[in-house]
Design a protein around this ligand. Structure first.
Ligand code: MN
Length: 161
């Protein structure tokens, strides 16, 4: 018994330390730890669920690129839509989904970057269980976003690939 303890005790202490470490990391993760501000709640009809937008860069006559930080609470997502000049999504936190029409849904995680080709209908949003934060870099050279129908629960809940 004493001999077993010799092996088990260090393992137990190590596990305890790992748990504490994890707890500290979770506790320190407040809104302040996020790279960009969360911004204001989006109130228009182009999203399902609760979403927030902080515009970082607005398009202007010299540069047609707009950059916005979008936060999706679990289950929240855009409607189907397309961008005439395409879009790039940079994932800064959480777990989310991206799907192009006719393609399987992809899982996006913090650190992922994805390119939405011009005029391809798609949607993006949070996973069912975790929030999702993305920086959307949109080229408005050829026009702004074209909104389509809502993403149904059946599509949203379809199997991931
Ligand atoms: Mn998009």
């Amino acid at each position: 018994m004493k001999r077993n303890l010799q092996y088990i005790l260090p393992l137990f202490l190590f596990a305890l330390a790992a748990c504490n470490n994890n707890k500290e990391m979770n506790n320190s993760k407040s809104d302040n730890a996020l790279v960009f501000p969360k911004g204001e709640k989006i109130t228009n009809d182009n999203f399902t669920g609760t979403t927030y937008l902080h515009m970082l860069i607005a398009a202007d006559s010299l540069n047609a690129t707009s950059i916005g930080n979008v936060t999706f609470e679990p289950g929240a997502r855009t409607k189907w839509h397309s961008h005439p000049g395409g879009q790039i999504l940079l994932v800064t936190d959480g777990v989310g989904y991206y799907q192009e029409k006719g393609q399987p849904k992809k899982i996006l995680r913090k650190g992922d970057a994805i390119k939405c080709p011009p005029n391809v209908p798609h949607w993006h949003g949070a996973s069912a269980d975790a929030a999702f934060v993305q920086v959307a870099v949109t080229n408005n050279d050829k026009g702004t976003v074209v909104w389509m129908e809502k993403v149904t629960d059946a599509v949203y809940n379809s199997l991931n690939q």
